[in-house]
Ligand binder design. Sequence first.
Ligand SMILES: [Mg+2]
Length: 258
Amino acid sequence: MGQSKRRIVVVSDLDGTLLDHDNYRFEEVLPTLDRMKDLGLELVINTSKTKSEWLVLQKELAISGPFIVENGSALYHQEGVNIYGSPRHEVLQVLDYYRGDFLFKGFHEAHLEEIIEWTGLGRAAALRAACREYSEPLVWMDCATKEKEFCRLIREHGMRTHRGGRFLHVLGDTDKGKPLSFFKNDVILIALGDRPNDLEMLREAQIGVIVASSDGYFLEAKEPFMRTSQTGPRGWVEAMSHLLNQIESQRLSISSYV
Ligand SMILES: [Mg+2]
């Protein structure tokens, strides 16, 4: 049996990868998602978003299947949920401890109007973004040196930080790569992402794809990941079309990407 006959799972970041970073649009990926389904590939979304946010998008994209939320904190699948992170109240306790030493503002202490302004989301979507279970996004208002110090202190509490496109996320001891252990070894994993918090996920996959960013940001990586020339959802389509062509013609070569 050729490699292309093995079960293939595509794990994808959302913002800046499957969704446009600025306007959250995704129409251009829909034909490629249909083609993936026709070829029997499974899609797992791996996002910093909340479960509430994903459940709405899931309907719009007509995607079913497992999903990972809040930067690797929880994996929802047919049989239930696997937790890899910490409950949000534990994260907030640690943040409270450092409130006087650093300037930041978290979602839990912001008015809905502020969250709307920060995210560019509408009212209902902003409410879903605020409905967090395992992590806290912060708007960082202190200097970069203090951010570094803050991140070091958070690690000392056995928690982690991830610098996302818009926010500094504080969460339990997990990352977007950890939940991928759930998928069995006989699966070929293809992962696509655009930011540093996606690197652990790309490293867990046999084929990792860095989707170029529309703001010119270049994600450094020592591994020979595939890189798209187009940005955001167009880059996602570019990479997946290339890989789907290979799968269709039974020419998918894993060794060229690991
Ligand atoms: Mg992203």
